[in-house]
Write a protein that binds this ligand. Structure first.
Ligand SMILES: Nc1ncnc2c1ncn2[C@@H]1O[C@H](COP(=O)(O)O)[C@@H](OP(=O)(O)O)[C@H]1O
Ligand SMILES: [Mg+2]
Length: 253
């Protein structure tokens, strides 16, 4: 199913990415949401374009986006399969003009992501999985398989920009031996492990199911994994609350 959907999804995300780039570095009104993250016209337009296109591609599949109206768990719990979207992940980085933002599209089945696509509009790079759960990177029509790297020495760790003061993270890093840490915005962190550029991404700060689903699937396809503190894979659409737990994304399967 996804092998057939990949070409239209690449066209869609490229188009949405162009719209996002047309607003990059311009002065935008910023609304602060309840979770204290910013919202702009770029997030809203991206949401609308993606919902419109996905509704045509798979008319019978529910779609849930970071910018959707709240859908109560009593309703969502009836879904066995659905699209889970972050139309613009890394809005803060988009506004701060770091280039570290992306579009995330995941397909969830029985509480697990079975397809993921991430598009980085600035570098015009797609990352996606296929029907046989392999992961690929596509840039200017060059397609390369994604494979994690064995641990670098020192260990190459990637974290979010807002994470450096997180006490739990600092304690955890203290147990990581010799490492070099870099900061990067958005779900592109998962892609950098899938590409073999980094080894490990521990996340203690808040984030939501739409922030992780596509990245988890891509990293798994590249031979890595994402687990919560109990060592189990992350589950989706199992509760009222949409926040993701503390997790550890790594180059280990
Ligand atoms: N206080 C908070 N509560 C919930 N999610 C938060 C948050 N602060 C940041 N996030 C999530 O973290 C994402 C950014 O990740 P990172 O810090 O790794 O760059 C944001 O994505 P959006 O930009 O799509 O809102 C947002 O969903
Ligand atoms: Mg996000």
């Amino acid at each position: 199913m996804f092998d057939l959907l990949i070409p239209p999804l690449i066209r869609l995300t490229t188009q949405v990415g162009s719209m996002i780039m047309s607003l990059y570095k311009s002065e935008l009104d910023i609304k602060i949401k309840l979770d204290e993250t910013p919202l702009t016209i770029a997030d809203k337009n991206a949401h609308e374009l993606i919902i419109e296109a996905l509704s045509k591609l798979t008319p019978n599949t529910p779609i849930f986006s970071e910018e959707s109206e709240i859908i109560e768990f009593s309703e969502r719990s009836k879904w066995h399969e659905y699209w889970l979207i972050d139309p613009l992940d890394g809005t803060r980085d988009f506004l701060e003009q770091t280039g570290e933002f992306c579009i995330c599209i995941a397909y969830i089945k029985q509480h697990r992501p079975i397809f993921g696509m991430i598009y980085a509009p600035l570098s015009k790079t797609h990352y996606y999985t296929t029907d046989v759960n392999k992961a690929f990177k596509q840039q200017e029509d060059v397609i390369q398989p994604l494979n994690v790297h064995t641990n670098h020495h020192p260990l190459k760790i990637v974290i979010g920009h807002c994470s450096s003061h997180n006490e739990q993270l600092q304690n955890h890093l203290g147990e990581c031996g010799t490492y070099k840490v870099s900061q990067l915005g958005s779900a592109l962190k998962f892609c950098t492990i899938a590409e073999g550029r980094y080894d490990y991404y521990p996340r203690f700060g808040p984030c939501s199911e739409w922030d992780t689903a596509a990245g988890v699937c891509i990293l798994q396809g590249a031979g890595g994994s994402v687990v919560s503190q109990d060592g189990k894979p992350l589950s989706y659409n199992t509760k009222d609350d949409l926040t993701s737990p503390i997790f550890f994304a790594s180059n280990k399967s």
